[in-house]
Ligand binder design. Structure first.
Ligand code: NOJ
Length: 553
């Protein structure tokens, strides 16, 4: 099958199904709800959707714990609803990529239930099961996982443990077992045959583990990560999935990575290797933390942000394809982050400047639901208002351990994943037009001013700015293929870059300053203005002004 690489011209909108739109008024988003909003996505102009997991699941991690890969979680709808949604998307020229969660299953998956209840089960070797130390009183090693604590859970009162890098309800699959890989290939082909257009591959860089399973030198977080991040057979497994599934369909893949260096990134997305089309690299979202651990707060600096983005822009040029994003269901909202202003008159201007700063880079842009209307973090008052398992686990750890509590403090709420998961705000009514009953996670009243109804009425809204940016991407090949160059890299207030293709050059100027400043670009008169967040142009750049220019040489 000829791969058309359609993802290069795509703008991808991420839907987190439980929070997008509730079609049957039970407080939870669902597939009929999504169908009812497809015209909205069409209006925005996106041409692909990444759908977070909708598979059958006990929802311990909101669907990232799958109990049946071939069916839909009932409260979200049925397989027929899914097929209808896919068809309605395709009719509107919108492609669909699914979330592929195959580093682990749910502990309620039939494979796992069989594996732990019967030592002779054919599924026993689908998981990573090892004898504990001290006759089973202690786990096999000291590895710690992503939600804090040991990666091992004891199987009943036996002396054996299974590995789980996330919650104990998410046992890791044993990719060393060829049968597991056969299963994954079958799952991929099942959805591709149904017509889906690709996959966002959850924590895909964790699927191969070093097989020594020895304890590592103790560390504060992710102890043992050298054994489970970018493991020794990762490339082999990815290649196998490509050859046995992706090769036969005009589909795309974007893999989620963890602490991924430039070298590793290139090795994963180098087109000649045929492994993945893109990966999500989090180096720029980690700009406001230390060591890639979001709980370790670090002050935002625009220079660092530019440097990190530029590193991958230069590094992947003609070697691979970037994914471009600011938000997703695991990240807090970008409003009020990355040097922007959360409230008040400059808030929307700052959101536009930030948006322009990432949208014209080389790669495929992703927009997370609500980002296009500037949704904010809810800043709930109490731990009881939060729901996320990751936050609850960390919170409990803080309760038990004074040192961890001291290190993280209130920041634990700022970085909670629930910040991005509040109900999509369609209007400013009591339940924000998401549902007629109370949504499972509702934002706070002081944030209701950010809603779709108001945004659609205001031609200067963030929504229309995103729409304009999407239009520009469709019109100018230089935005897709042009070579990136960072200008004025040491300027602490301005993010300025060019993209150059043949005789065309795009110039993007984004101010992150709260006051007027001088624009250091000398030959602006050579360029034609395509987009800006201020109506009339003047010499000085106003607070958070952004401008996108083009010139033909
Ligand atoms: C990454 C997903 O984005 C996150 O939401 C999930 O908790 C973990 N992977 C585990 O699947």
């Amino acid at each position: 099958m000829n791969h058309t690489n359609w993802y290069k011209t795509a703008v991808i909108y991420q839907i987190y199904p439980r929070s997008f739109c509730d079609g049957n008024n039970d407080g939870l988003g669902d597939i009929p709800g999504i169908i009812s909003k497809l015209d909205y996505l069409k209006e925005l102009g996106v041409n692909c959707v990444w759908l977070s997991p909708v598979y059958d699941s006990p929802q311990k991690d909101n669907g990232y714990d799958i109990s049946n890969y071939r069916d839909i979680y009932k409260p979200f709808g049925t397989l027929d609803d899914f097929k209808l949604m896919l068809n309605e998307m395709h009719k509107r020229g919108i492609r669909l990529i699914m979330d592929l969660v195959v580093n682990h299953t749910s502990d309620q998956h039939e494979w796992f239930k069989s594996a732990i209840s019967d030592k002779n089960s054919p599924y026993r070797d689908y998981y990573i099961i090892r004898k504990g130390k001290k006759n089973g009183k202690k786990p096999p090693n000291n590895w710690s996982g992503f939600f804090g604590g040991s990666t091992w859970e004891r199987i009943g009162d036996t002396d054996e443990y299974y590995l789980h890098l996330f919650t104990k309800e998410q046992p890791d699959l044993n990719w060393e077992n060829p049968k597991v890989r056969d299963e994954v290939v079958d799952i991929l082909r099942y959805w591709l045959d149904m017509g889906v257009d690709g996959f966002r591959c959850d924590v895909i860089t964790l699927i191969s583990k070093k097989q020594d399973f020895k304890s590592r030198f103790p560390t504060l977080a992710l102890c043992g990560k050298d054994a489970y991040i970018m493991g020794p057979k990762l490339h082999t497994y990815l290649k196998e999935l490509y050859d046995r599934a992706y090769a036969d369909y005009d589909c795309m893949t974007v893999g989620e990575s963890v602490l991924c260096s430039l070298k590793d990134t290139i090795s994963l997305v180098d087109p000649s290797r045929k492994e993945l089309d893109m990966i999500f690299n989090f180096s720029h979202t980690d700009v406001d933390n230390y060591l890639g651990v979001k709980y370790f707060y670090r002050k935002f600096k625009l220079k660092r942000f530019k440097k990190r983005l530029a590193k991958y822009q230069y590094g992947l040029y003609q070697k691979g394809w970037n994914s471009l994003f600011l938000e997703n269901h695991d990240q807090r909202r970008s409003t009020g982050r990355y040097g922007t202003i959360e409230r008040g008159p400059l808030s929307i201007e700052s959101a536009k400047s930030l948006a322009a700063s990432y949208f014209f880079l080389q790669g495929t842009p992703f927009i997370y639901q609500g980002q296009e209307i500037g949704m904010r973090n809810p800043s709930f008052k109490s731990i009881d208002d939060y729901q996320d398992v990751e936050l609850k686990n960390m919170y409990n750890m803080c309760q038990k351990n004074g040192f961890v509590r001291f290190l993280i403090g209130k920041h634990i709420f700022d970085v909670s994943r629930d910040n991005a998961r509040t109900a999509m705000q369609w209007d400013s009514s009591k339940y924000v037009g998401f549902s007629k009953v109370k949504p499972w996670l509702l934002g706070t009243d002081d944030n209701k001013d950010r809603n779709v109804e108001d945004a659609l009425k205001d031609k200067d809204s963030l929504f229309y700015f995103y729409k304009d940016m999407i239009e520009l991407r469709k019109k100018y090949p230089v935005i897709i293929e042009g070579k990136f160059d960072l200008l004025f890299k040491s300027n602490p207030n301005l993010f300025i870059y060019t993209r150059t293709l043949n005789n065309e050059q795009l110039l993007v100027i984004c101010s992150f300053a709260k006051k007027e400043i001088k624009c250091p670009v000398k030959d602006l008169f050579n360029y034609e203005l395509l987009l800006s967040n201020y109506k009339e142009q003047q010499d000085l750049l106003r607070p958070f002004e952004c401008r996108v220019y083009i010139k033909s040489r």
